[in-house]
Design a binder for this molecule. Sequence first.
Ligand code: TR5
Length: 144
Amino acid sequence: TRSSRFICSTRAAHNEEAAAKAAAAVAETGAPTIFDKIIAKEIPSDIVYEDENVLAFRDTNPQAPVHVLVIPKFRDGLTMLGNAEPRHVDVLGQLLHASKIVAEKEGILDGFRVVINNGVEACQSVYHLHLHVVGGRQLKWPPG
Ligand code: TR5
């Protein structure tokens, strides 16, 4: 296995392999994720923006002063960007546009980053497509 599996989480090393396998399995099956409960408002979240198709809420483990997740309300097979199909083009555009609205609302239009982690090797941990909108500090490049 690649060392990247060891840097995605703070879990003990002996759990890493199992965690990676579980994540990959969820990506395959499309099992419900924690984001379904956030969308259903069964779990509270700090919502920044919402419309018919998109929900944006603050990440509970922020990596910058502003760190908001933008997700489709209807996953429709979009566990990850790598599963995108032509039918998803509209919602993909809506997610990007919502990211701009979030940046505007948060006052970071002068400098922000939109990130999609796709798959185990990119440290994706929730298999419901989400865009990270990050900013509010000087961001470094390249990312890790
Ligand atoms: O690693 P990827 O790209 O999959 O990003 C998943 C993100 O979801 C991480 O940045 C987590 O910090 C974030 N996350 C995980 C949970 C959660 C959350 N953000 C808001 N609220 C959350 N709840 C209630 N539960 C989580 N497990």
